[in-house]
Design a protein around this ligand. Sequence first.
Ligand code: CTP
Length: 217
Amino acid sequence: MRVLVTAGPTREYIDPVRYLSNDSSGQMGFRIAAEAAQREAKVTLVHGPVALGTPPGVRAVAVVSAQEMADACRKVWPGCDALVMAAAVADYRPKAAFRTKHKKTGKRLCLALLPTEDILAALACGRRPGQVVIGFALEDRNGRANARSKLCRKKLDAIVLNTPAAIGAKVSEVQLLIAGGKWTRLPTADKSRHAAAIVDVLASLLAKRRAGRNTHR
Ligand code: CTP
């Protein structure tokens, strides 16, 4: 099994010392990568700026911006069987970054922002038959409805729903939805437990794909 996992935030620089980002610690993605590697998967972990060590047996690719994450993922994705997109990718980037540190003027400053590419949707859309894609949804309201619509819109095989309380926390509460199935609420637990449950889902989706392909032969 060859798996691409993404983790952590991205940073979208405004000038050489300031950026737009979020509080993601990268823990969930790193644990998923570690768990998959323990199960003999070949894992590439594309991650934004985090303070975490690379898990044993994992190939890590460090990136900064959403564009760099998209480029790094595109290089690896064709050779993978599955994607777990746990990264908290910034949705917007400054239209133009100042080349030097921006001096304050005391006046109002308006920043024009452009949307970043939705990496998950793009990789899922361009996948070859048999590749499995699991996404995440971070929701502070209407969690299940919003996550289900992301699952459909981005053409995912499964989605992991969590709340802002999970950001940076050791313990989290997550819910899982496999396409065409019902919600499963995982008990509040350490993120390693949830990572194991997510890799279980991944393994079973891949096994089903393989069995399906063999039957059609
Ligand atoms: N994602 C992505 N590229 C982006 C934004 C998000 O690949 N530019 C991925 C995330 O890694 C996650 C999923 O899309 O797996 C959902 O991310 P989330 O932040 O919950 O939702 P968004 O799609 O960004 O939508 P919104 O912020 O409106 O809820």
